[in-house]
Design a protein around this ligand. Structure first.
Ligand code: URA
Length: 210
């Protein structure tokens, strides 16, 4: 992908996102919409995957038919809200390998600290798609990408539902080589680090916690 930021302005994505933003939307409906929207975003982020051909036989003739080239993709969920995006993306790319990165924020230093890290083998040979619904300050996303690069990943894309300008700027500074695909570039972050207008806490809304 050549652009650093791609906003998917597809009518279905935008309509579903509006439903997700509404505070009265139930957990069940929010989850279902997230599943649907993540498939549409996955479609966009995989648009330029390398292709090759293989010889197949249709009932009519032999032909050279297009297939994906290279090793299976790696999807990496940034816990915990990343799991909501992961489910939908996996429905579209069921053979993808899956990894998880767990980070929490140290309340004194405000820096992300790793508590879990498990990723597929041969990361350097795979397209890695890191998923996290909310690109807010960008600190945890940038830290997660640092860890993926330390583990060998060289070809990484970042998939989110909403992005704040602050998070996009932070990612561009730390990881200019990582294209971002999102459904919306929102207005700003508030003092608490929430995206505005946003949709609230994505993890709480998808898991029904407070
Ligand atoms: N994480 C969320 O879940 N929501 C925000 O608005 C920002 C970060």
């Amino acid at each position: 992908m050549s652009e650093h930021l791609t906003v998917v302005n597809h009518p279905l994505v935008q309509h579903k996102l509006t439903l997700m933003r509404q505070k009265e939307t139930s957990t069940a409906v929010f989850r279902q919409l997230l599943r649907e929207i993540s498939q549409l975003l996955a479609y966009e982020i995989t648009r330029e995957l390398p292709m090759t051909t293989k010889t197949i036989e249709t009932p009519m003739v032999e032909m050279e038919a297009p297939v994906l080239d290279g090793k299976k993709l790696a999807l990496v969920s940034i816990l915990r809200a990343g799991n909501g995006l992961l489910d939908g993306v996996l429905e579209l790319i069921p053979s993808a390998r899956v990894g998880f990165v767990g980070l929490y924020r140290d309340e004194e230093t405000l820096q992300p600290v790793q508590y879990y890290f498990k990723v597929p083998e041969e990361l350097q040979e795979r397209l890695v798609i890191a998923v996290d619904p909310m690109l807010a300050t960008g600190n945890s996303s940038a830290a997660a990408i640092d860890l993926l690069k330390e583990a060998g990943a060289t070809n990484i894309r970042f998939l989110c539902l909403l992005a704040a300008p602050e998070g996009v700027a932070r990612m561009k500074e730390a990881h200019p080589d990582v294209p971002i695909v999102t459904a919306s570039l929102d207005e700003k972050l508030n003092d608490m680090g929430y995206i505005v207008p946003g949709l609230g806490d994505a993890g709480d809304r998808m898991f029904g916690t407070k």
